[in-house]
Design a protein around this ligand. Structure first.
Ligand code: IMP
Length: 433
């Protein structure tokens, strides 16, 4: 199996970082295809914690190359900080990283506009990460964006930046009444940063196609989650990119027929940061307990995450949309100690009941979960290293999820370390086979 994708099935923060890190141990190339530094992938290696926002998870392995694909929006200042942070910890990032010259860039005015737009929306705000993601993607679609390759061409950049700034500064000063941004400083700083990364810049699509053609193992690294997808998610409370398998071809330049396998990552319960519908959210002591036990605070913004029981309606939808071959269930250990555990198996609204994810769930809050309740388990399962070492109630929970989602659980994760993950009852030993 030369190419595999790792996709988030919920609202992001499913624990993709660790799964990517584990699969990257055998990958030749790890490719990010969407999002920007709104993501936060946490990996623990030998007790040391790394939080990657923009750089793909293969960076911690000495044999893997990593590509930031053209679908990723790149804040060069942030990239420099992330690179320097890893360099200072002895990770030879510059030998292992490549950047697609078609990546659109995030400039300070995008951050500024992201925050101003959120304030402007008031009650209707999305709860963005404030990293300029939406405005940068909006410019890409409006054909006013500036790509990494554009900055490397001095004259071209000058023209593009002047045009962009004329429009953005009019918006910042005339609509929002704020100070406009300086052209000269932005020009110089962006040029200096782009030149620093110039040796890493490639035609990413061509490179991935070549590597795949040579039989190399390519891992596509998803960011955010399927329910935050621009089109498939709970619009408008979504991010501005295609987070699922459908985003891979567009975000890398690899033809869709070369995606050989897709695995989805889901937590054993649900979390969400930012605004928008989450039907299984628990606003009571149980939700608070999940947040505490799962240490559910955002890796990027530090915001407390909204917590609730597993939503099988949303997960089934995401499994189908992505065409998944398997599931990785993370944070199972967090459910230890609960008297009972619930799963939403359908949604009900007056006399209507559905097992499909309703389009209008984003605008009509009247849907309520239909629960199935399971007995909990009291044992600490963080030391389990195989399915058979799990309590029988835990095994029943996993079997139920597998049947409900119609997909084998390939891996079960019971803690943050690399070794706290094992093959599911119906999983295959070698995920690259
Ligand atoms: P944006 O991507 O910053 O525009 O934010 C849009 C929505 O996606 C907000 O609800 C964010 O909280 C959410 N979001 C973006 N990135 C992540 C992530 O990596 N994990 C979880 N939520 C995210």
């Amino acid at each position: 199996m030369p190419s595999t994708a790792i996709i988030g099935l919920q609202w992001g923060d499913e624990g993709k970082g660790k799964v990517i890190d584990c699969l990257a141990a055998e990958a030749d190339l790890v490719v990010r295809y969407a999002g920007g530094n709104n993501a936060g992938h946490t990996v623990v290696v030998d007790g040391e914690k790394y939080v990657l926002h923009l750089i793909p998870g293969g960076i911690l392995h000495d044999h893997a190359l990593n590509l930031i694909g053209r679908g990723v929006v790149v804040n060069l200042e942030h990239l420099a900080q992330e690179v320097d942070g890893l360099l200072s910890r002895g990770v030879p990032v510059l030998d292992r990283l490549r950047l697609d010259s078609r990546c659109h860039l995030i400039f300070p005015f995008h951050l500024h506009l992201d925050r101003l737009a959120e304030t402007w929306k008031g009650e209707g705000r999305i709860g963005t990460t404030g990293r300029g993601i939406g405005p940068a993607y909006a410019d890409r679609v409006a054909r006013t964006g500036i790509r990494l390759g554009d900055v490397l061409n001095e004259k071209h950049f000058e023209t593009r930046l002047q045009a962009a700034l004329a429009e953005k500064n009019a918006m910042i000063s005339k609509v929002y009444g704020q100070e406009p941004e300086s052209h000269d400083r932005l020009f110089e700083e962006s040029r200096a940063l782009a030149r620093r990364f110039q040796p890493l810049v490639v035609d990413g699509g061509e490179w991935v196609r070549e590597q795949y053609g040579q039989g190399k193992k390519v891992l596509f690294e998803g960011a955010q989650g399927s329910m935050l997808d621009l089109d498939a998610g709970t619009y408008p409370f979504v991010t501005s990119s295609w987070t699922g398998t459908w985003g891979i071809a567009g975000g890398t330049g690899m033809p869709p027929k070369h995606l050989d396998r897709a695995l989805g990552v889901a937590k054993a319960y649900c979390t969400r940061v930012g605004e928008g519908p989450m039907l299984t959210e628990l606003l009571d002591a149980t939700g608070e307990r999940l947040r505490k036990q799962g240490n559910e605070y955002g890796a990027t913004t530090g915001r407390p995450r909204r917590c609730g029981w597993f939503d099988a309606v949303a997960a089934r939808y995401a499994v189908e949309l992505n065409g998944l071959d398997g599931l990785v269930l993370s944070n199972l250990d967090v459910l230890s100690g609960f008297e009972e555990i619930r799963v939403a198996v359908a949604y009900r609204w007056e006399d209507r009941e559905t097992r499909s994810f309703p389009v209008e769930v984003g605008s009509d809050p009247a849907w309520e979960p239909v629960w199935k309740t399971f007995p909990g388990w009291q044992e600490d399962i963080t030391g389990a290293r195989s399915f058979s070492e799990l309590p029988s109630t835990t095994q029943d929970y996993l079997r139920f999820l597998e049947a409900e989602l119609h997909v084998p659980i390939q891996r079960v994760s019971v803690g943050p370390s690399r070794d706290q993950m094992f093959v599911g009852e119906n999983g295959q030993q070698d995920l690259w086979a």
